[in-house]
Ligand binder design. Sequence first.
Ligand SMILES: [Zn+2]
Ligand SMILES: [Zn+2]
Length: 455
Amino acid sequence: MKYDSQKTQFIDFPETETPAVSIGIMIENVLSFFFNDEYIHVETGDFLVGEQRALLVNDKILFNGKLYKELYFEPVSKKASFALKEVTIGKGFHWERKEDQCFNGALDILITETGLLAINEIDVEDYLISVISSEMNATCSKEMLKTHAVISRSWLLAQIEKSRQLAQDHTQHIACYQDSERLIRWYDREDHSLYDVCADDHCQRYQGITKASTARVEEAVRETSGEILAHEEQICDARFSKCCGGVSEEFEHCWEPVHHPYLSAVRDNLTETTLPDLTREEEAEKWIRTTPDAFCHTSDQKILAQILTDYDQETPDFYRWKVEYTQAELSALFNQNMDGLINLGLIRDLVPIKRGTSGRIEELKIIGTCGSIIIGKELEIRRILSSTHLFSSAFVVDRLEVKGGIPGRFVLTGAGWGHGVGLCQIGAAVMSTQGHTYRQILSHYYPGAQIKKRY
Ligand SMILES: [Zn+2]
Ligand SMILES: [Zn+2]
């Protein structure tokens, strides 16, 4: 295996066997689970079925009257499944609830500082069927599902290598710089060392076989089996978001300052390919205030239904959008979302300092009557200026009812939905309904990347 320290990924094409993925499901002091079929307890060689319980007692796991450092249960047949009781879904969100969940594959139980950690280990292809079935609408076109299968697989395999590397060298990733004038933060998925991915939205929502998988998803995963996106023998970190807004964003403007050639700016259009320079304020302003033609500029409900869940469909104005705040609302949002870290007084202005290739603001200066601060990157800006999250950080600001330099109202006019890096989901859905294949869609959004068979 060759290791490239600069890009932190192993290069090893191709493998013959389908790899396995380990998914962190839940942490509790007591774990209740149920083997629907025969499982073998690897530490003792016992065959088990039915109700089971593991307890954390004095830094050991108490199971069937004995103490262990770790428990590992392997299914006797490939179809065997187990249920984990009361798994928390949507942690920290308003839909948080507890639900029993069902899984294929092995169950690993580890001791951590906060309790017993339940990890599910399964074949990568089975994992993909599960996550794509729960993430994508059943009406989704086949080419769109195949597109997603390839990018989810690429992301997953890149993530597996990253987390295994993290477990080996214990490096702390820097994702923040802060001084008296600025707070620049980004949020990335690099903090799992005991398993490859978690089961929450932080990575990809995974519920095992709790919900039935869709036959079309199974076909799409099978037909693209082992296929990933690669760039110069590296697995691509294939990002995607809802709507680019007409031009896609570059990786470094949203996350760590590293350039990935396959995540560079793309005009989301095949006939109009000239790239406006949206890092320049005047060009960004003109771009955001108009509605240039793009694949993702659509209001076709049939296409949108492929990508958006029912809840999301209540917000159809994502290509160009508007948000309005009064002075009181905006100052209150700022204070609340900054946790009282700094008091700016009344807000005089929001000034873009740095924009990325899609017009998304990377650094925004917020000027108040008592001081000012520069915040970034895009997700932090979206979080601080909204009670939920702004659609994107590609916006321009109008100050209205200004008295003594202090606006009474602010109007934010914006473009796109999400970080805008990599594949534009709505644009890709439009491309697939226009007859483009998944290979054409992928080569449009990931310039220079190639589809390769990994195993
Ligand atoms: Zn995660
Ligand atoms: Zn787009």
